[in-house]
Write a protein that binds this ligand. Sequence first.
Ligand SMILES: Cc1ncc(COP(=O)(O)O)c(C=O)c1O
Length: 398
Amino acid sequence: MNLRDDFPIFKHRPELTYFDNAATAQRPQSVLDAEQKFYTTYNSNIHRGPNFLAEEATIQYEDARRKVADFVGARQKHEIIFTKNATEAINLVARTFGETLQAQDVILLSKMEHHSNIVPWLQLAERKDLEIKWMGISTDWRVRLDPALFDKRVKLVAVTGMSNVLGTITDLKPIIKAAHAVGAKVLVDASQLAVHEPISVRDLDVDFLVLTGHKLYGPTGIGALYGKEELLNPLPPFMDGGDMISAVFMDRFIPAGLPQKFEAGTPNIAGAIGFGAAVDYMAKLGFKKIQKMENELTSTLLTKLTKLDYIKIVGPETLDHRGSVVSFTMQGVHPHDVADGLSSKGICIRAGFHCAQPLMDHLKMSGTARMSLSFYNTKEEIDKAMGVLEEIYSYFTK
Ligand SMILES: Cc1ncc(COP(=O)(O)O)c(C=O)c1O
């Protein structure tokens, strides 16, 4: 069976060519079924009611946590905190671990971070009088490890595992080693990386790692933070209310342990269960197969784009250290016009600065067009897009 058949949107929209997977992926039927099954057969609140339905919902929700923990190779399932997305997971770390930092401490970011992994740190730096320093970009479009930046003042390195603009995959291990050597902790934004490469938080020895469900073929409104147990345990709660406490008195409260401490209020139960189903889907497919299919498509796309002399790829032109996110510019044509032209022929791509304005400033660019591929895309779709790109160029320049 064709993998595309797993994704009902392509049945409902046979004309659709979807190359905006880095923004959000499509959902397989198994994810939709898992959410529907929750709502139609065991919908109940979790962790509370001593009744069979609540117990069933709790078991499924906690099972989803275990699946996500296995997906990233976490030692303990309570090292996974469900959040609403990667953005919330980063904010959680900034508002808890971040508050333990002292004036003049340094946070190291890279110039290719998504705004989600910049703005929480800018805000924290302002609140706590910290300094933000920036890792540059190497000639092969990856985060550059500059040893001079790593000194005892650095307390946190927050870095993307894969650029949502350039498509490059970060060489994380040396960065994590350099950070640990000066006593700093590391947060990896795996929002894009986790879609294309297997992750082992234990092998990386990373301290915090964030995921977002909707890019991983799961539902929107669900994401996860991985944190080492010994780091999460002493941190204060992120939000306060029900479910995150073990006892409340008129004058004080005692927070619950992990992971409840960080999951105040009724969580996105269906979303978490859907996330578990998405992770199951990916595990069943396997990264070997995913990478083989995506590499073939990416290589085809890169080869075809390189042949067009009015297209400039912004990122590596080969498969080295990259995933299936390909940014480019078209000479004399605004990226939004490129996206509009493709959209008028049923092809969805993204254009703009991709929530990465510091990167665009660094590259002295105002934006790019971005085609991001998934294993369910086809070479025929790439051919179709190439034809439309030629039409767009002719229309605007001739
Ligand atoms: C690298 C990266 N980090 C973080 C995010 C934020 O994800 P979310 O909006 O789901 O929190 C994105 C989304 O585009 C991303 O590409």
